[in-house]
Design a protein around this ligand. Structure first.
Ligand code: EPU
Length: 419
């Protein structure tokens, strides 16, 4: 198990380039199951989750390898329809194979993901939508067993605009007979990127990015040749890093419009952000001012940036009230930030962060992906050395982060943790 040692207090300066979006790459890799042949996906980030998805697709019968210009997935022969517990438990996004397997093979056996550090995260809405499309679904010993003799278009109204639920249904509907309408669909850029990838394969999808999406099913889809959008959470994490260190960073290869809600909030705190076509310059003027946030589905403030924003607020001037409305247990970083001297109270889904002048480096434990990122953000501003244990969470979603930080002038070192 690796840990990361960080020396805080250096103003980070220079350029950083953003990789492809994890949460777009995963569903788009799965979309290759809907075609037969060689799919090429460009700008897929080198992440542990991408490797896990590769293993899952290989387990279903697909070929999977890296070529110089992208990730190649050969989906000619898919001869298995089981997503086993061992793979699903390490990555919940594995449930994305449910819709495509049903659409392609008429059957799927996918392990239920179970709970997760940040919340219960049920998949009832994925199942409800597929049932509406004519699938017969049973739950047996922790597995979803689904079968369909040809999926049919349906009107599906989601109680919550679930991201992976919308993606599962989009993929299933692309090969269903007739028209599917998804009401209260998720509007995240990653959903739009998946829809664009499907459209490039020949799918007929209208309204992606809006609350109502219409999909006219087609008989077959062509293999993919597609480039993933930049990762808005990696971009956001570097914005907060510039803010907390009082640095000056040029963030390259990003899409600032995908971070509008975050950028608006960061500007209110005093951070200076200049947006250009595919890059942004961000400069921290010194101590920032506290602001309140409430996490919301896109285009609201993203839950995936809540922990990093909290780290930033822990040293801002004033008090910040942070409401988490998407996941019921996404405050696991609070106890770790407190170990570094942050003054944070929690009541239900509300954290009250009273800014302190300094954090102090110490040993902290990463508990989930974005919580780990927040500890790094905090550690970069803390006095002395911060040691972030259980780094494997971070490797699921941030590509070569220590290299990128070093290039910006940070003193960081990855070492093997004996514990
Ligand atoms: N929900 C239900 N029933 C369902 C589906 C969701 O009650 O059938 C609830 C969840 O429990 C949660 C809320 O709806 O309270 C929203 O969950 P959603 O389904 O939208 O989340 P997800 O699809 O499981 C994706 C991202 C997450 C990100 C969330 C919210 C992927 C692979 N994962 O998860 O990313 O936080 O959307 O934006 O796209 C991360 O990258 O660190 C991460 C956790």
């Amino acid at each position: 198990m690796d840990k990361l040692l960080l020396q805080g207090g250096v103003k980070l300066r220079g350029e950083v380039s953003i990789g492809g979006a994890k949460n777009a790459a995963l569903p788009i890799m799965v979309a290759s199951l809907l075609a037969r042949g060689e799919n090429v996906i460009h700008r897929v980030p080198g992440l542990v989750d991408v490797m896990t998805m590769g293993k899952l697709l290989a387990n279903l019968g697909a070929g999977f390898h890296y070529a110089p210009d992208g990730l190649v997935i050969d989906s000619e022969r898919i001869d298995n329809h089981v997503a086993p517990y061992e793979l699903v438990k390490t990555m919940r996004a594995s449930v994305l194979v449910l819709g495509p397997l049903l659409a392609r093979s008429g059957k799927a056996r996918v392990s239920l993901p179970g709970g997760c550090a940040i919340g219960a995260r049920p998949i009832n809405l994925h199942l409800m939508g597929l049932e509406k499309m004519g699938a017969a679904i049973e739950l047996d010993r922790g597995y979803v067993i689904a079968a369909a003799k040809g999926l049919k278009g349906a009107v599906i109204s989601l109680d919550i605009p679930t991201v992976t639920g919308t993606e599962n249904l989009l993929m299933a509907a692309s090969l269903a007979k007739g028209t599917t309408v998804i009401e209260n669909a998720a509007r995240e850029p990653e959903v739009v990127d998946l829809a664009n990838a499907l459209i490039s394969m020949g799918a007929r999808i209208h309204g992606a990015g809006e609350s109502m999406i219409e999909v006219e099913g087609v008989h077959e889809l062509n293999p993919l040749d597609y480039t993933i959008i930049p990762d808005r959470v990696e971009t956001g994490t570097f914005l907060t890093i510039a803010g907390i260190t009082g640095g000056d960073i040029l963030i390259r290869d990003c899409r600032s419009e995908h971070d509008d809600a975050l950028i608006a909030k960061l500007e209110e705190t005093g951070l200076i952000i200049e947006k250009k076509d595919s890059h942004m310059r961000v400069a921290g003027p010194g101590r920032l001012t506290s602001r309140d946030v409430k996490t919301m589905p896109y285009p609201g403030f993203p839950t995936d940036m809540q922990a990093q924003f909290m780290a930033l607020m822990s040293v801002a001037e004033g008090t910040s009230v942070i409401r988490e409305t998407i996941f019921e247990n996404r405050f696991m970083h609070v106890a770790e930030l407190r170990r570094m001297g942050a003054d944070i109270g929690i009541e239900g889904g509300v954290a009250t962060v009273r800014g302190v002048r300094k954090l102090k480096g110490t040993d902290v434990m990463a508990t989930d992906l974005r919580a780990s990122a927040s500890l790094i953000v905090a550690g970069l501003a803390a006095e002395g050395t911060t040691t972030v244990h259980r780094l494997y969470h971070l490797d699921r979603g941030y590509e070569r982060i220590e290299e990128k930080l070093k290039k910006l002038g940070a003193t960081v070192e990855r070492v093997r943790d004996a514990r």
